[in-house]
Write a protein that binds this ligand. Structure first.
Ligand SMILES: Cc1cc2nc3c(=O)[nH]c(=O)nc-3n(C[C@H](O)[C@H](O)[C@H](O)COP(=O)(O)OP(=O)(O)OC[C@H]3O[C@@H](n4cnc5c(N)ncnc54)[C@H](O)[C@@H]3O)c2cc1C
Length: 360
């Protein structure tokens, strides 16, 4: 998110610094996801999640094509396995069309069999514009674009304090080699992912206003022989509150197949995978991917979602907010940027540019 915002701003503005606590970009949420370019089917019509996803998808495909960033518009099936799910699927189909995803098709069991002979389903939604991308390639390209316009990325530099001084924000940062130092900026954009609620508080947002909950998702890799059994991404019908899209089967650009992510609220950041979940992954996915056997699965990676909603709570949208109304002019917060954040990234970057330009 930070690289995309910086790259977008650097097209028409100077003196932009990205401050990153790690030794490289993409070591947290952005390198631990499904790498799916979503179509924009699931969320409420006027939400930021839908609007930025639908716009962001087209921007992302265009950027990937122009810059040789690995991607494939592979398409996806959301499959229903019983009568109840077929009803939910029909509702989801209508929602997708209302959201402006005009290429969706509701397909029958026979059509599913024709497209995916090894997948079990009573009906499905086919989304041809869903795809996969090389998220590291995307970040590398955004960093390169930003740096080629004189943008600076300060790695190994952690923001540890923020003070409002006159019309500026004075940041205290901890540099791995030089210790702590301060610098000031008129505009401050908080894209701190899993720490974005804490960074917001450092700048003066009331404690607890944007409290993030961490929701971990584990992935299991499937034996390489089985990847050839599917041609599209395969998703279940999601939970009603769309808190996650459900454990799905994704193919990557190298042709690998994996299952995940599941949903587990956690108190701290720990990326280790609980192997004991293997059985529940197998049982859940076996309903529509019967060709997978228990011994085909082994632990892969995990990621942590920065969620605004707790377990079983209703839908929460992205927070992309100019904090002028909180008396913090020049401070822009990006909080709760979970899925479909990767798809939405270029659209969000444009939104943030407009917010910045309305202040200068
Ligand atoms: C399991 C999972 C699956 C997902 N699947 C998809 C998908 O298929 N499609 C999709 O569109 N989206 C998906 N997403 C969502 C997407 O990955 C995120 O929306 C996106 O990567 C968020 O990017 P970010 O820049 O906000 O966070 P990050 O990539 O975490 O970047 C935040 C950066 O801020 C830095 N930072 C934090 N605090 C400080 C500080 N104090 N000082 C300096 N630097 C700091 C961190 O080091 C980090 O590099 C998924 C997310 C998860 C967790």
């Amino acid at each position: 998110m930070g690289l995309a915002v910086a790259s977008e701003l650097s097209k028409s503005h100077k003196d932009i610094i990205v401050v990153e606590k790690n030794s490289s970009f993409g070591q947290e949420i952005s390198s631990r996801n499904s790498e799916v370019i979503h179509a924009g089917i699931y969320y409420p019509k006027d939400s930021l999640k839908t609007r930025t996803c639908v716009e962001g998808k087209d921007l992302l495909y265009a950027l990937c094509a122009e810059n040789n960033i690995g991607h494939r518009k592979i398409g996806k099936l959301i499959v229903a396995i019983d009568k109840n799910e077929v009803r939910d699927l029909e509702d989801l189909f209508k929602k997708g069309l209302e959201n402006g995803v005009s290429d969706l098709k509701l397909i029958t069991k026979v059509e599913v069999k024709r497209m995916e002979p090894y997948v079990q389903a009573k009906a499905a939604i086919y989304s041809p514009s869903t795809g996969i991308l090389d998220s590291h390639g995307l970040m590398k390209n955004l960093a390169w674009q930003f740096q080629s316009r004189q943008g600076i990325i300060a790695y190994n530099t952690e923001v540890i304090g923020i003070d409002r001084t006159n019309d500026e924000y004075e940041l205290t940062v901890q540099d791995a080699s030089e210790g702590a130092f301060k610098f000031s900026s008129r505009i401050l954009i908080n894209c701190a992912g899993l720490n974005s609620d804490k960074v917001a508080e450092m700048a003066g947002i009331k404690k607890g206003e944007y409290k993030l909950k961490y929701c971990k998702g584990d992935y299991f890799k499937v034996h390489s022989n089985k990847a050839k059994f599917i041609n599209h991404l395969i998703y279940p019908v999601p939970k009603k509150n769309y808190s996650t899209l459900g454990i799905h089967a994704t193919l990557d650009l190298q042709g690998g197949l994996r299952l995940g992510p599941d949903e587990e609220y956690v108190d701290k950041i720990d990326y280790s995978i609980n192997e004991a979940k293997k059985t529940s992954f197998f049982e859940g996915m076996g309903k529509f991917l019967p060709f997978i056997e228990l011994d085909d699965l082994w632990p892969d990676t995990s990621g942590i979602r920065p969620k605004l909603q707790g377990p079983n709570e209703g839908f929460r949208d992205f927070i992309i907010r100019d904090e002028a109304e909180n008396n913090l002019r020049g401070f822009i917060n990006l909080i709760g940027i979970e899925s479909p954040g990767l798809t939405s990234v270029l659209s969000i970057a444009r939104m943030v540019r407009k917010m910045v330009e309305s202040q200068i």
